[in-house]
Design a binder for this molecule. Structure first.
Ligand code: UN1
Length: 483
């Protein structure tokens, strides 16, 4: 079977394939021998062309009719939703997310576009009376300009969607770089966008490595803002370079999200919430709960029940209906999970179940979800983001101790509590330092129409999603006029 080679989208067209170019093979983590699709890698030169095209298109797009933007965004959302099965299967093949979850992700992507289709028509502004006689003041927003969007591999279509849709909605041009592990969903999205009626140059997509494509975007003086989701290290580098270049940034980085389980919790609910938040999507969510902080009265019953349910999870091919947990995304991430499991054992935690690779002929990156107890707060498995299905349980005396433990982290993305006590739930919602707090719900799994983001080392810049996204994607203009 010959495999089609696909390419980047620049200045309104997919780039011609020249022979001898650097080829990226997109492989299926459930079956690494299977090449999903091949792509020609973009380089620095092509990235510069895409940025220039976006720059040229920007002034007219900033002034474009909001109905034009609304129609384009609605077209994109409608097509994503109408092709949900096909796009979810593609996503599952390239990333390893199970089809059920992939369908949810595709729906979220489609609905984000539809949300911003409506939002494009909600031009807003404020009027003030001046402190000077006969002077009127208008305050309104204008597009930020050309936005560099750098997306991670763990949500191959939803994260690009929730960055690209508001960028276009508010009149910005886009230079989008998907993660090299998941180019197929990005390409499918770009192909839909290419038929949505946007002028050439408004949207560009570059499939290629961070060190050339990403670096060129980050350093370019023609880029006005960068919206990035990925690792804390890369986020810090972007923040430094953006400061030099006076660029606006929106960074979504790591998490080490706590889930508190109190004695008064409904046991089955607590186990459901922990299982979902920690292990679903193979634990590869920055919102995953990787620390469960459990008060001593419920601790043993909770651990026993959670271990039983964890052992029963079926790890396997992402495309099979019976699978609960798909593969780890690649060999490097699998090694990282295994090394954290080794570290947990060396530092004295008790591995109750899982934590090992499931050997198989295809070489799939199947990894059994790991549950650690007898964890102490200094352990690396408790402090560092693992980005895999590895859960640490910390035993504490009461709510006050649980709250202090939850707060003991440099991160602050999401946090959860399972309790039937209104007072503790309310206290936690108000006082947690996390950007998102969940009561009797998993720390992961968010809506598409409300702010998303965290504090501390997790996030920098204005929130993503919903109407709050406007704060990043626009700049404020204040005008004064003498009557
Ligand atoms: C979710 O939990 O539904 O990279 C979304 C991530 C986040 C998205 C999580 N930015 O995992």
């Amino acid at each position: 079977m010959t495999i089609a080679i696909k390419s980047s989208f620049v200045d309104g067209a997919f780039v011609d394939l020249d022979s001898g170019a650097d080829i990226l093979e997109n492989r299926n983590p459930s079956n690494p021998g299977e090449v999903v699709e091949c792509f020609v890698r973009a380089d620095q030169h092509l990235t510069e062309q895409a940025i220039s095209a976006a720059r040229r298109a920007q002034p007219a797009w900033a002034r474009s009719n909001p109905q034009h933007r609304a129609d384009a965004l609605d077209f994109i959302g409608t097509e994503i939703l109408s092709r949900r099965e096909e796009l979810a299967a593609l996503l599952a093949r390239e990333e390893g997310k199970i089809v059920r979850e992939a369908l949810g992700e595709v729906d979220r992507a489609g609905r984000s576009f539809k949300f911003y289709a409506q939002e494009a028509l909600r031009a807003e502004g404020e009027k003030y009376q001046s402190v000077r006689q006969d002077v009127g003041i208008d305050v309104f927003t204008q597009p930020l300009g050309v936005i560099g969007i750098i997306a991670p591999w763990n949500f191959p279509i939803a994260i690009p969607a929730w960055k690209i849709a508001p960028a276009l909605c508010y009149g910005n041009c886009v230079v989008f770089k998907p993660a090299e592990l998941v180019p197929s969903s990005a390409w499918a999205l770009a192909e839909i966008i290419s038929r949505s009626g946007l002028p050439g140059g408004v949207f560009n997509m570059l499939i290629g490595p961070g060190r050339s494509v990403g670096d060129t975007i980050i350093r370019s003086p023609e880029i006005d803002g960068i919206s990035f989701t990925g690792s804390e290290n890369t986020g810090r580098q972007i923040a430094k370079l953006a400061a030099d270049g006076m660029k606006k940034v929106q960074l979504e980085m790591g998490g080490k999200n706590p889930l508190i389980v109190l004695d008064d919790a409904d046991l089955e609910q607590a186990v459901d919430v922990a299982l979902n938040g920690s292990f679903f999507s193979t634990g590869q969510r920055c919102t995953a709960s990787s620390r469960v902080i459990v008060t001593e009265g419920i601790h043993d019953a909770f651990v026993t029940r959670l271990a039983k349910r964890t052992r029963a999870l079926k790890v396997g091919d992402a495309l099979q209906d019976t699978t609960d947990i798909g593969p780890v995304v690649d060999g490097r991430q699998l090694e990282q999970n295994l090394s954290y499991v080794a570290s947990g054992r060396e530092q004295g935690a008790k591995l109750v179940c899982g934590g090992e690779r499931i050997e198989n002929e295809a070489g799939a990156y199947f990894f059994k979800p790991a549950l650690f107890t007898e964890v102490t707060p200094e352990m690396r498995i408790y402090r560092e983001e693992i980005f895999g299905p590895v859960l640490s349980v910390l035993k504490v005396r009461d709510y006050d101790e649980a709250f202090a433990a939850a707060e003991d982290t440099a991160f602050g993305l999401s946090a959860g509590i399972v309790t039937t006590c209104l007072r503790h739930a309310e206290h936690f919602k108000r006082n947690s330092s996390a950007g998102m707090v969940m009561v009797n719900l998993p720390t992961a799994g968010v809506d598409y129409h409300v702010p998303f983001g965290g504090n501390g080392a997790s996030s920098l810049g204005a929130r993503e999603q919903g109407t709050h996204a406007r704060q990043f994607f626009t700049r404020v203009k204040t005008t004064y006029q003498l009557a």
